[in-house]
Design a protein around this ligand. Structure first.
Ligand SMILES: C[S@@+](CC[C@H](N)C(=O)[O-])C[C@H]1O[C@@H](n2cnc3c(N)ncnc32)[C@H](O)[C@@H]1O
Length: 193
């Protein structure tokens, strides 16, 4: 399957899909942290415009800076940025790709576009941490928990300020990426067969 991982610099989801045999590519305005070989550095809108029907599945991680409800106290000062961020989400959700998962924290996407299909937690996928993550799904079943663990730490909230804090906070959990690749990758293969 050809998989586009939109808005990913870390390569976590790309690697998970490639590890189980898919032709996965990440795309981000930033270069990939790990390996440029299967990464497109640039605007994903341009990739979707240039190669609209090339992809079987897209996993998208658009920025939540202007959307997450954790930043609600600043909402009134950033209405234009919010409108732009919502338009970007709409563009991703309406891409002509049969299978789509768009991921974001609890955000105004729920009230302004539609409610998420599922809310998952890292502790359902082997990481002893809490971080409610909403999934908007097209053509995909809900992601099934793979390993429920006891820990319920909120590591990202405790991270000290610093230039790389946002990177660590936004990096996808490997257990969630592996579940996506195993569960949705095989589904995409079944559909193509
Ligand atoms: C919340 S982070 C997601 C990080 C991701 N979970 C990972 O593990 O790499 C959002 C990312 O979207 C990227 N981004 C923002 N606008 C973009 C665009 N138009 N095209 C591609 N990437 C974009 C940012 O550079 C940022 O890395």
């Amino acid at each position: 399957m050809r998989v586009l991982v939109a808005c990913e610099f870390s390569g976590v989801v790309r690697r998970a899909f490639r590890n189980v045999g898919h032709d996965a590519w990440s795309c981000d305005l930033l270069p990939a942290e790990d390996d440029q070989t299967h990464h497109i550095t640039g605007d994903v809108a341009g990739v979707l415009e240039a190669l609209p029907h090339c992809w079987d599945l897209m996993i998208a991680h658009p920025p939540c800076t202007h959307l997450a409800v954790s930043g609600a106290r600043w909402f009134k000062d950033k209405l234009p940025q919010q409108a732009e961020a919502l338009d970007f989400v709409r563009l991703l959700l309406s891409a002509p790709i049969p299978l789509i998962c768009l991921e974001n924290p609890i955000s105004i996407i729920s009230s302004r576009i539609r409610k998420p299909d599922q809310i998952i937690q890292p502790w359902q996928f082997g990481h002893g941490e809490t971080k409610a993550t909403c999934l908007w799904l097209k053509g995909l079943p809900e992601l099934q928990p793979t390993q429920i663990v006891e820990g319920r730490e909120n590591r990202v909230h405790r991270m000290p300020p610093g230039p790389d804090r946002w990177r660590e906070r936004s990096r996808t959990f490997a257990g969630i990426a592996e579940a996506m690749a195993r569960q949705w990758g095989s589904l995409a293969q079944e559909q193509a067969a």
